[in-house]
Design a protein around this ligand. Structure first.
Ligand SMILES: C[S@@+](CC[C@H](N)C(=O)[O-])C[C@H]1O[C@@H](n2cnc3c(N)ncnc32)[C@H](O)[C@@H]1O
Length: 184
């Protein structure tokens, strides 16, 4: 997305399934206060990415830390980092296997407060049932979030027809479907 980076300074951001940490660290370089998360085995890689980018993060007045978060587990250690919920959740390429759908939805619902947003980017691969998982994920997410697909505002150079970007805003009064489980 062609972001106006002026809204990122002081924005409290959690990235889920950070992997190498590219999205979260980029947000930190634009001034955001970021908690990068992933499975425990990936945390050392996240710490290394943060360390390698200390200079640009500090030049941008941002912050970045890495904390273990397995989807579906207790999110309190993440909330404890600031003593308040995040302003924004980032999620890049995290919908790709069936078993993770319910825990991922649980984590998003637990972490995201009403009226705050999740910025989701997702590659659609023509392998297995991934497209079906993504459809199922978005359908269940839409029970508590208003979702729009970002189409026009994508960078001409970096956009790809396989990569879809969504902005999900948590409704103030979730529907009574919150507790329903996906059947995939
Ligand atoms: C396809 S990678 C995407 C990495 C990065 N976000 C990117 O766009 O390059 C998916 C990431 O989700 C993480 N992941 C998978 N299952 C997870 C789970 N149950 N809990 C937390 N993270 C998980 C993986 O470790 C991996 O880093």
């Amino acid at each position: 997305m062609r972001l106006n980076p002026s809204w990122l300074p002081a924005c409290k951001v959690v990235e889920l399934g950070s992997g190498l940490g590219c999205c979260g660290v980029t947000a930190a370089c634009f001034g955001a206060d970021v908690v990068l998360t992933d499975l425990v085995d990936v945390v050392p890689q996240l710490l290394r990415t943060i360390e390698l980018n200390r200079g640009p993060i500090s030049d941008g007045n941002g912050k970045a830390v890495a904390v273990e978060l397995k989807w579906g587990s207790n999110v309190q250690p993440i909330l404890d980092v600031w003593g308040q919920p995040p302003d924004l959740i980032l999620m890049s390429d995290c919908v790709y296997y069936e078993e993770s759908l319910q825990p991922l939805l649980d984590t998003l619902r637990a972490l995201c407060p009403p009226r705050k947003q999740i910025l989701i980017s997702q590659e659609f691969r023509d392998t297995g049932r991934q497209e079906f998982f993504i459809g199922t994920f978005l359908r269940y997410l839409s029970e508590t979030f208003d979702i729009i697909e970002v189409v026009d505002d994508l960078d001409e150079v970096y956009r790809s027809k396989d990569i879809h970007v969504y902005l999900a805003t948590k409704r103030a009064f979730p529907s009574d479907g919150e507790d329903r489980k996906p059947t995939v």
